[in-house]
Ligand binder design. Structure first.
Ligand SMILES: [Ca+2]
Ligand SMILES: [Ca+2]
Length: 238
């Protein structure tokens, strides 16, 4: 009996999940700097009635909005964030796609959090997947200040001075690492050279000091002047 009830509950849950709206977000995985990226949000309405949704998409920092140009602002975890909002209707058993365009202003990885989709008929909220994409450099054969071996592998070789520590034993001492297998060896070599050098200098210094002490100039002793004696008159005592 218990098994029957459990099966029924699981069946109802599965119906609810299937009946729930699906929100899927997608974008290209990488673009070049100064390019515009288009993001698509697909909303499916599996029910037999038309539904109206409010869609909220929080935008990442360091971007320029391209289309639509109108953004809203709110406080989120102490930060002021920009977001898009759309109110749209989706026909029964249909999928609607909403697109927007932004222009990332810096190199590196961007993350777009989940899109919030609220069913206005019952205020149930659905969330999309998160997505990430990379903004790569425009190669000019120079490892520029804002570039590194991750964002611009064409210009910045691994192990170079680019602000990223490439910790690996590849025969290159990366100057960005505090410790690195290839840097340790060279440090040990320097120590082996410096310590004997300092010891030799100390020995020479000590020898010089001792020598200086042993050869102190002898104080001049005034020679004893012979006392002048007046010759006695041999007849004086008589
Ligand atoms: Ca460059
Ligand atoms: Ca480096």
């Amino acid at each position: 009996m218990k098994i029957t009830y459990l099966t029924l509950i699981l069946f109802l849950i599965s119906i609810t999940l299937v009946q729930g709206i699906q929100v899927v977000k997608e974008s290209p995985q990488e673009i070049r700097l100064n390019e515009i990226i288009e993001i698509e949000i697909h909303i499916s309405n599996p029910s037999n009635t038309e539904k109206e949704f409010t869609i909220e998409e929080v935008l990442p920092q360091n971007i320029e909005v391209i289309k639509p140009t109108k953004v809203f602002t709110k406080r989120n975890d102490g930060l002021t964030v920009n977001y898009y909002e759309w109110i749209t209707k989706v026909s029964p058993n249909k999928i609607k796609t909403i697109t927007y365009k932004i222009k990332p202003l810096s190199l590196g990885e961007y993350t777009l959090g989940s899109t919030q989709v609220i069913d206005n008929s019952n205020l149930e909220t659905s969330e999309s997947n998160q997505i990430t994409f990379n903004v790569n450099c425009i190669s000019n054969n120079i490892c520029d200040e804002n570039e590194n071996s991750i964002t611009c592998s064409e210009d910045c070789s691994a192990g170079s001075s680019d602000g990223i520590c490439d910790y690996k034993a590849d025969g290159i001492c990366d100057p960005d690492c505090e410790e690195e297998p290839d840097c340790k060896k060279s440090k040990i070599k320097v120590i082996y050279f410096i310590i004997p050098f300092i010891l030799i200098i100390l020995i020479i210094l000590l020898l010089w000091l001792f020598r200086k002490k042993d050869f102190k100039p002898i104080k001049k002793i005034n020679p004893v002047q012979p006392q002048k004696t007046t010759p006695k008159d041999p007849l004086s005592g008589i």
